[in-house]
Design a protein around this ligand. Structure first.
Ligand code: ADE
Length: 248
């Protein structure tokens, strides 16, 4: 999987890619990630990347020319990408479904905006997608780009050691994750749920599915509308609703 990230803070992005699952996959060559300094694509002596907004108003707007030059260079050197994502709080909300789609494209370019925004012509010419990572405003698209790369990269075969753990993740089936425990069995006066130490694998699976379902019902009930549920899970939900039993 190939990523190209265009930013005025390449150091911030490189730092975010250096360690962990993504860093290791990059080291093994499973991920080919290039970070491009937007200022390298300016032609003036001072490498200016922003300018005042037409129509007036506060703040600065990122100029179109460096982005256009960066995209031309990326396509020439690295090939035609499957998607060009502009990170912006005005974009569509990033989800696991979106991460899966991007992972299937093989080559994704991320454009990081700063200041008040990016000249609209960058979006018009280059962006296939505009993505927000949540309903809050960050000071730039660098951290959102790192979030996107992490979520997409995890879905690329060979990036996460254990494919099963990717499948079991929260949102893998559209549900929140169940609680996890490790040793010691009793800690700070709190015991691990008995079922987990029982050795009954069927019971453990059932308990985990119930916990995931209860958590989702309590914290993110809207996810149940699109989650992949089997008949038994639907029955449990029905029972909990019928008895008025509160998920713990
Ligand atoms: N840039 C600033 N805030 C952002 C957000 N929430 N998502 C994506 N890009 C952003």
């Amino acid at each position: 999987m190939r990523f190209d990230i265009v930013t005025i803070f390449p150091g911030m992005v490189e730092a975010g890619l250096a360690e962990g699952v993504v860093g290791r996959a990059r080291g093994r060559g499973v991920l080919d990630i290039a970070v491009h300094n937007l200022r390298d694509f300016t032609t003036d002596r001072h490498h200016v990347v922003d300018d005042v907004p037409f129509g007036g108003g506060p703040g600065m707007v990122m100029k179109p020319e460096p982005f256009f030059a960066a995209m031309d260079a990326i396509i020439a050197r690295r090939g035609q990408p499957g998607a060009v994502v502009l990170l912006t709080p005005a974009g569509r909300r990033f989800t696991q479904v979106e991460a899966r789609r991007l992972a299937g494209l093989g080559h994704v370019v991320a454009l990081c905006g700063r200041y008040e925004g990016v000249d609209e012509r960058v979006r018009e010419r280059w962006a296939t997608d505009e993505v927000s990572i949540g309903d809050y405003v960050l000071s730039g698209g660098e951290r959102p780009a790192l979030v996107l790369v992490d979520a997409v990269a995890r879905l690329v075969p060979g990036v996460v050691g254990d494919d099963q753990s990717v499948e079991a993740d929260s949102f893998g089936r559209g549900l929140l994750d169940y609680p996890h425990y490790t040793r010691p069995a009793v800690f700070a006066g709190m015991a691990v749920p008995e079922v987990l130490t029982s050795g009954h694998h069927g019971e453990i699976r059932r308990w985990r599915r119930q916990q995931a379902l209860r958590r989702t019902l309590e914290r993110r009930p809207e996810l149940l509308e699109t989650a992949e549920l089997d008949d038994e899970e639907r029955r449990w939900l029905h029972e909990w609703a019928g008895t008025g039993e509160r998920p713990e």
